[in-house]
Design a binder for this molecule. Sequence first.
Ligand code: NAP
Length: 362
Amino acid sequence: MTSFLTTNPREIVLASYRTGAGTLPSTCVHLQNQNQVPLQPGQVAVRNEFMQLTAVMADLMHETPGLPMPAYPLGEPLWGGAVGTVIESTSADLAVGTVVQHMKGWQEESTDDASAFYPVPLEYLPGREYVLNQGVTAYHGMVDVAGVREGDVVFVSGAAGGVGSLAGQIAKARGAAKVIGSAGSAEKVRYLVDELGFDAGINYKDSSVEEQLAELAPEGISVFFDTVGGTQFEAAVQAAAPGARFALCGALAGQINGGNGGHPRLDVMSAIVKQLVILPFSTHHTPDQLAVWVSHYGQWLAEVKIVFPTPSSTAVSTPPLTPWTDSFRAGTGATSWSACTHEAPDPPADCLLHGAADRGAG
Ligand SMILES: NC(=O)c1ccc[n+]([C@@H]2O[C@H](COP(=O)([O-])OP(=O)(O)OC[C@H]3O[C@@H](n4cnc5c(N)ncnc54)[C@H](OP(=O)(O)O)[C@@H]3O)[C@@H](O)[C@H]2O)c1
């Protein structure tokens, strides 16, 4: 029995490593036919319909990504989030026709043990592609780590990004009194407030974040969800209320263009006087974390407590821009920076553009 029911399914593999910010990811990959392999007992074959684009994919094309995960192997398909339908099964656990989520990535068809695929809880979601998001990290950081609760005054840095856009909305859905997000343009700030329901936005390129926070949150922030680091972290320390919880998710200002924002200075005396609780975290996407996020996500979508724009395209051949998600938006005319999916089966080689971790020497 062969696993492939489609004629000549294809996949995108890493052909060479990126060597710096100037190396476009699209120049490092190529499209090839997939090997047809026999379906072993207990395995399933999945026809993929949507693939997720995240900034970290560009990082993983560097030989040394500088992340707590290895680089993409040369000659292998790029792994990442995808959604598809089981087209063939030798497993009692997954029937043909089941819609599943998995991490096997940029292939038209994926074959593996049934345990590598998770059924998508379609009853919770407006569409199967909605499952491809950064909500597991956002929920874990905002709820499990920061412990956001009613009445909190929350500041989210990198708030128009994949993680930040959901983190801020989760805080609102959990009853935060005020949610402030930072982003790098007036249009993104408008998007945060008008489309995502943030209470206020800060354009960190306009003027001092510390001054803007002092104006917007004179009572002090009680939760900081940080995806940026650098001077925004330093500003949050000054703006913090006593006992504020800092959930440290990422350091975009240190990840992009070789910036040094991964090493903010900590005003130790302020941290001591305010007894700040500083909590760096890594999300491991355990089955428990996935399940708790999806159930809340579906409920909040239905109640319109959160929105999740899902721009997608079948034809992306746009000039390279930075960052990846913005590039994708530019290519599709979509209105969001927060999520991107690409409809299989036309693999999106041309939308493999600059990613969030264009680290210069990378
Ligand atoms: N801890 C975990 O478990 C975990 C899991 C997933 C991701 N992460 C981390 O979370 C962070 C966010 O990931 P993401 O996928 O949401 O990123 P993303 O959507 O790709 O965010 C990219 C955005 O970063 C902003 N940015 C770029 N350079 C900046 C700078 N110098 N200062 C401030 N903002 C800058 C840009 O937005 P503006 O135009 O608004 O500046 C850009 O659109 C990353 O650091 C990622 O590594 C952590």
